[in-house]
Design a protein around this ligand. Structure first.
Ligand SMILES: *[C@@H]1O[C@H](CO)[C@@H](O)[C@H](O)[C@H]1NC(C)=O
Ligand SMILES: CC(=O)N[C@H]1CO[C@H](CO)[C@@H](O)[C@@H]1O
Length: 366
């Protein structure tokens, strides 16, 4: 099959693009902006784009017209949410519950977990090492969750061999408060070294540390709490797209989704709240919690298809994005072999682990 390396197709929607008469066998349809109608690329071209920090969402398997419509809606326009409208508190009020738990947060386990995660040659979602990382993470998460028999751990499978992992602490309501991070990594080719320490091993270990603390305390929330570890983010938000599409079609009520992608490199020493392609009410609430528990925050924006909050948002769920640093001063190492354990700033990891516990406790009462 002979094809130009990148086929930009003039069509008004993804489904139209798919219907244009070219052989797209083995190619993937990606979208790089609300206005972009879709571009067919090879897997190798996706890897190079990620390496060059070009953001995209892989829409090949997205068929829901409402999701495609949101993916084509500029950030300046509010998107309506599928879930019932949530009124978030304007202050943090659960310190007496949260503080004793936050005092249990440490870097001891995150240092060990991040060492193992970065020792995988890479965690590429279509490669054997990415699958091995998935197996290790599932087993580790299961061991941590075992401190409380009420907690369930499951795999959410995808068309690629790197399932997302979903942990649930059941509440007295089925309304969901979710924290998430992706665990795959990429280094510009299918076999390149990609330790992915900051991007995004760091977010993974913060969420896992929050789970460890809540599991050990046998914390029993009102709202159901979930911890999501996504595969395939670097392939165009694939893992989170699968999970949130399922949550939409099965009518789950998501009160809040907070994504953390990069939590371990912060010269500024402040949690950064991202303000584009997110739900503004939830984002304001996440900032309230971050400020109450960690001090002054920074703000930034990171553009279209920046990370997994985009998948929650396009499926009609309130989503926020929290990271370690504004985009201009964020880690210069990501997507390369230098995104290594040695460049991690551990105070940042600790700050985000504490924030994660605080947010889960506060939001469990919403
Ligand atoms: C998997 O990791 C090994 C080293 O442990 C490496 O030699 C190999 O190239 C990696 N394979 C892929 C597909 O990345
Ligand atoms: C897309 C990707 O490969 N990883 C994301 C990790 O987080 C940074 C910033 O938060 C994104 O810019 C990257 O795209």
């Amino acid at each position: 099959m002979q094809l130009p390396t990148i086929l930009a197709l003039a069509a008004s929607s993804a489904s139209l693009a798919a219907a244009v008469d070219v052989d797209t066998t083995g190619l993937r349809l990606i979208k790089t902006s609300p206005e972009d109608l879709g571009i067919w690329v090879t897997e190798e071209e996706k890897l190079v784009m990620a390496f060059e920090h070009k953001h995209f969402v892989d829409i090949t398997d997205i068929t829901d017209p409402a999701v495609l419509a949101i993916l084509s809606t500029p950030d300046s326009e509010e998107v309506s949410l599928a879930a019932r409208a949530v009124t978030y508190p304007t202050s943090a009020t659960k310190q007496s519950t949260a503080n004793p738990l936050i005092n249990q947060v440490s870097n001891t386990q995150p240092q060990s977990w991040l060492t193992t995660l970065t020792n995988f040659h890479n965690r590429y979602y279509r490669g054997v090492n990415g699958t091995a990382a998935s197996t290790w993470l599932f087993n580790t998460v299961s061991q941590v969750a075992a401190a409380n028999p009420a907690i369930t751990v499951s795999r959410f499978t995808h068309s690629f061999n790197q399932p997302s992992i979903i942990v649930k602490i059941p509440g007295t309501t089925s309304d969901l408060v979710i924290v998430g991070a992706h665990y795959d990594s990429t280094g510009g080719s299918a076999t390149a070294r990609a330790p992915g320490a900051d991007d995004n091993g760091s977010g993974v270990v913060c969420i896992l540390e929050a789970l460890r603390v809540l599991a050990n305390a046998r914390y029993a929330p009102k709202n159901t709490l979930e911890f999501h570890f996504y595969g395939g983010e670097e392939g165009g938000l694939l893992g989170s797209a699968g999970v949130f599409s399922n949550y939409k079609s099965t009518g789950k009520n998501v009160l809040a989704f907070v994504n953390q992608d990069m939590t371990g490199y912060s010269p500024g020493g402040r949690i950064t709240v991202y303000t584009d392609y997110v739900d503004s009410s939830l984002t304001a609430y996440a900032r309230v919690v971050a400020t109450a528990y960690t001090g002054t925050t920074s703000s930034s924006s990171c553009g279209y298809a920046c990370s997994d909050h985009g998948s929650a948002r396009s499926n009609g769920f309130p989503a926020a994005y929290i990271a370690d640093e504004p985009i201009g001063t964020s880690s210069p190492y990501i997507h390369t072999s230098n995104d290594a354990l040695s460049t991690i700033q551990w105070p940042a990891i600790l700050r985000h682990s504490k924030f994660t516990v605080a947010f889960l406790i506060e939001a469990s009462f919403v």
